[in-house]
Design a protein around this ligand. Structure first.
Ligand SMILES: Cc1cc2nc3c(=O)[nH]c(=O)nc-3n(C[C@H](O)[C@H](O)[C@H](O)COP(=O)(O)O)c2cc1C
Length: 82
């Protein structure tokens, strides 16, 4: 069975490590037939693309036990996504 859909991996990174992991996840997702997967830094992402994707993976570093503010619900809400 082939699944068709659009995936998006959104990440935040300060030093580049989360981006490296996000790229590896994208590599894996692209091995799945029928799934088109894009990757974007949250600071540059088009939130309409987030809303229209079938699968969204969020890659986050740990900042004092939480995701960075840019990945929080209030930041996404201010972009009128939710
Ligand atoms: C402001 C700040 C707070 C952090 N707080 C924690 C923490 O509480 N626990 C932890 O294990 N690492 C913490 N870290 C380390 C990051 O999680 C770690 O450096 C991460 O792998 C960096 O990812 P990046 O290269 O994508 O920025 C913190 C880093 C920053 C910049």
């Amino acid at each position: 069975m082939t699944i068709y859909g659009e995936g998006l991996v959104v990440y935040d990174t300060k030093y580049g490590y989360t981006k490296l992991v996000a790229e590896k996840i994208v590599e894996g997702m692209r091995e799945v037939e029928g799934i088109e997967t894009a990757i974007a830094d949250v600071k540059e992402v088009n939130f309409e693309e987030v809303a229209s994707s079938d699968v969204v993976v969020i890659g986050s570093p740990n900042h004092v036990g939480k995701p960075p503010v840019v990945l929080t619900r209030s930041s996404i809400n201010s972009a009128n996504l939710i």
